[in-house]
Design a protein around this ligand. Sequence first.
Ligand code: ADP
Length: 293
Amino acid sequence: MTLTIRGLTKTYPNGVQALKNLNLSIGSNMFGLLGPNGAGKSTLMRTIATLQSADAGEVWLDRLDVLKEKDAVRRILGYLPQEFGVYPKMTALDMLDHLAVMKGILNRGERKDAVEGLLQRVNLWEWRKKKLGSYSGGMKQRFGIAQALLGNPKLIIVDEPTAGLDPTERNRFLNLLSSIGSDVIVILSTHIVEDVSELCSQMAIISDGGVVLEGAPQVAIEQLRNRMWRKSLANSQELAELQNNSHVVSTHLVGGVTYARVYAESCPGEGFSPVDPDVEDVYFLTLSRHQRN
Ligand code: ADP
């Protein structure tokens, strides 16, 4: 299965051009969509999820015209939006049952099996009779995935799912996502680079409404091998000088010491040591190159 996006363009009534002739091809498995806030990720996700229209362009899921055949898309779609509202006074069991009816699972026995199976799968079985208002952030997100998985969707979209989760909750959530299965397209939209590096075999970086990098994270990382260098900095003046004279990709504070990561074809100077490149280097370097052009 392949999701093909061609020339997608969207301008909001206030004049903001959120998508600018965006092209992207997404195959089965986990696909990471990275980009800074305001890049257009949610607009893209909502358009694919048939919740808003585009001004121009096409989206195809194999031979299904996503922008036109909305009902057919909704039958095979699972969507976890950025803001997932629940009724705080309802229990997880009742809410999921209600959502299953909305999704068209009308047979009582079939619905019971689906709802109970999903609550077990997302590890909420023990808390199924608790009110959703008492759930932690991580539990709410796991409930969000349970509702997105109702009806065995073929296309699953999750928008910024780990923002605000503590490390344990985030781990649980990512493990759950990675267990979904390989015959399904899962699009994970996020501004958290590690989410993508840990889970996704393919990714795209979007910035300013367009795709600025597309491919396998590992391939993009390998292209930076032997070109990333690190140095500890004594003060902010040293950082300012470095920024003037070389390509500083990022700075990190480790144990009270500031380190700069620099991109250079060969050792940029005294005090630098070579470091293994990572997805964060790919991300920051790609964005800075895009902004320079
Ligand atoms: P991201 O999800 O990457 O943060 P969004 O798709 O939410 O990006 O936003 C892209 C741009 O469109 C931003 O400049 C944002 O302010 C703007 N935008 C998003 N939704 C609306 C809307 N409903 N009306 C007007 N502008 C919007």
